[in-house]
Design a protein around this ligand. Structure first.
Ligand code: SF4
Ligand code: FES
Length: 245
């Protein structure tokens, strides 16, 4: 038993703006922050807005800032925070719809679409007839597997100071996915994707601060992925310069 904890929630209502409201919740050994918030909604304040679905670290929808760190509320136990005061805020960098619900359409979904996150094949007939198998060795799979674990929670974007400074930055989630599809042995769209990320709003905006990788709940390492894209682009530039000679 952890005991009673104070939960300070940063609330937002259009027309009213931001304000904090405090609640007291009884927490056990395995009580998560999401459990505490659901308890508040069910027993104390049904006006509190929280987004969640799977409650098991899969859907990414319960992303929020807990005691100053972007985390999944369903994977964060109260006990792990080692304090009896929990402050919960909506994700940084995103506009807020209401209370803990951030609007993720632009910074997350639109940027993800920008990098063409799917297999691109030159032979479209082959792709759409689906008569062929795109075989892959275990080593080829291992090359991109870690990047494919992204659940699109947006925590990396919430932690990124460059997103805060440059709202047009493609961002760590989408850039990691640009690498994920480009290094997939079945893909033939690498050149197209590299052109998209080779800009001051793309990989060159990243200063390798690494906050994105630190908060990622799935170990995706977007910061490392961005550096790999920079290396690929640098090698391509060197190759084209050598050809000129
Ligand atoms: S890279 Fe990690 S933190 Fe970023 S959206 Fe994917 S799972 Fe979430
Ligand atoms: S509710 Fe799905 S990841 Fe937390």
């Amino acid at each position: 038993m952890v005991g009673e904890v104070k939960v300070r929630v940063k609330r937002f209502e259009s027309g009213k703006g931001f304000y904090y409201r405090e609640y007291r919740v009884k927490a056990g050994k395995y009580t998560t922050v999401l459990d505490a918030l659901i308890n508040i909604i069910e027993e104390q304040d049904s006006t509190l807005a929280v987004r969640y679905s799977c409650r098991m670290g899969i859907c990414g929808s319960c992303a929020m800032v807990i005691n100053g760190v972007p985390r999944l509320a369903c994977e964060t136990t109260i006990r792990s925070l080692k304090t009896d005061t929990i402050t919960v805020e909506p994700m940084y960098n995103f506009p807020v719809v209401r209370d803990l619900v951030a609007r993720v359409n632009e910074l997350l979904f639109n940027n993800h679409r920008r990098v063409k996150p799917y297999l691109i094949r030159r032979d479209l007939g082959e792709q759409f007839k689906a008569e062929a198998e795109y075989k892959q060795t275990p080593l080829e799979l291992a090359e991109y597997l870690a990047y494919s674990y992204c659940i699109m929670c947006g925590l990396c974007i919430s932690a990124c100071p460059i997103v805060y400074e440059k709202p047009n930055f493609i961002g760590p989630q989408a850039l990691a996915q640009a690498l994920r599809w480009t290094i997939d042995s079945r893909d033939e769209g690498g050149d197209e994707r590299l052109k998209i990320v080779d800009s001051l709003d793309g990989v060159w905006a990243c200063e390798y601060i690494g906050a994105c990788s630190k908060v990622c709940p799935k170990g995706v390492d977007p910061a490392g992925a961005i550096q790999r894209l920079k290396i690929m682009l640098t090698i391509n530039t060197a190759k084209s310069l050598l050809k000129l000679k």
